[in-house]
Design a protein around this ligand. Structure first.
Ligand code: UDP
Length: 239
């Protein structure tokens, strides 16, 4: 089936940071709110795959700075993402949305292994699919995995939700008060200008494969639902 014949299919990236409500661990009320927004969009007919980060538990780079071996620290980071996946699954199912978690590191008691064709089948049946444990490989980020899963699962767009920033700016808005938000930007420009709101590896993977991305702030009322439904609420990044 071509994209014109089937319902819209998106890959939503959620950072782990928001799951903790600013602290370590999972804040169930935050996850409940996110799940309600995703469920609302799925009920309208969009197919939704999700990659969840793990920054509310561990980031490999931070553990490395405190003396740990980087690769082992990254595995700890990946395992953290799975707890977020299970929390999101729980609240999506409470919303009445059938949900499957697929992990890049196998852990049969809690999730399916990552099987792309099976993930696509779940999406076609209207199930939410949550991808956990990143790529299963150290030195990668969940932003990059989002681009990879979106490509392999034939999503129409990557929706990169961000916390504390509502799109791509022409310079870092946290340090430059004169920074301007861009309506549209090309991957090449974002990479040349070193605009770091999304990982360079994620940008280049999307650029090379012509996959559009929207970077948006998840804080606004209903923003996640609106983004999934195709509203332009952030910055569109194109090849
Ligand atoms: N990670 C990894 N490989 C991957 C994805 C994630 O090693 O493919 C590790 C890495 O240590 C990262 C952590 O998992 O710091 C949590 O993921 P990320 O920082 O991307 O989460 P977010 O910032 O989106 O919450």
């Amino acid at each position: 089936t071509t994209t014109a014949q089937r319902p819209r299919r998106v890959l939503l990236k959620l950072s782990g940071e928001v799951f903790g409500g600013g602290r370590i661990g999972v804040d169930p009320e935050v996850v409940r709110g996110i799940a309600a927004q995703i469920a609302a969009a799925i009920r309208q007919g969009t197919q939704v795959a999700i990659v969840v980060g793990g920054g509310n538990f561990f980031r490999g780079a931070e553990l490395q700075q405190k003396g740990m071996d980087r690769a082992r620290a990254d595995y700890i980071g990946m395992l953290g993402t799975v707890m977020n996946c299970l929390a999101l699954q729980d609240f999506l199912e409470k919303e009445g949305i059938d949900t499957r978690v697929q992990t890049a590191i196998t852990m049969g008691q809690v999730a399916e292994p990552y099987i792309p064709r099976r993930a696509i089948r779940h999406l076609e049946k209207g199930r939410a699919v949550i991808f956990g444990a990143g790529a299963g490989m150290p030195y990668f980020s969940t932003d990059t995995v989002s681009a990879q899963r979106a490509l392999e699962c034939k999503c129409d767009m990557v929706l990169m939700s961000k916390s504390g920033v509502d799109g791509v700016y022409d310079s870092d808005p946290r340090t430059n008060p004169a920074a301007r938000k861009l309506e549209t930007v090309t991957y090449a420009h974002a990479l040349q200008q070193n605009l770091k709101v999304v990982d360079a590896a994620a940008f280049s993977l999307c650029m090379e494969n012509g996959l559009p991305m929207m970077v948006f702030g998840m804080e606004g009322e209903g923003n996640i639902t609106r983004a999934i439904q195709g509203e332009r609420i952030g910055t569109l990044v194109v090849a």
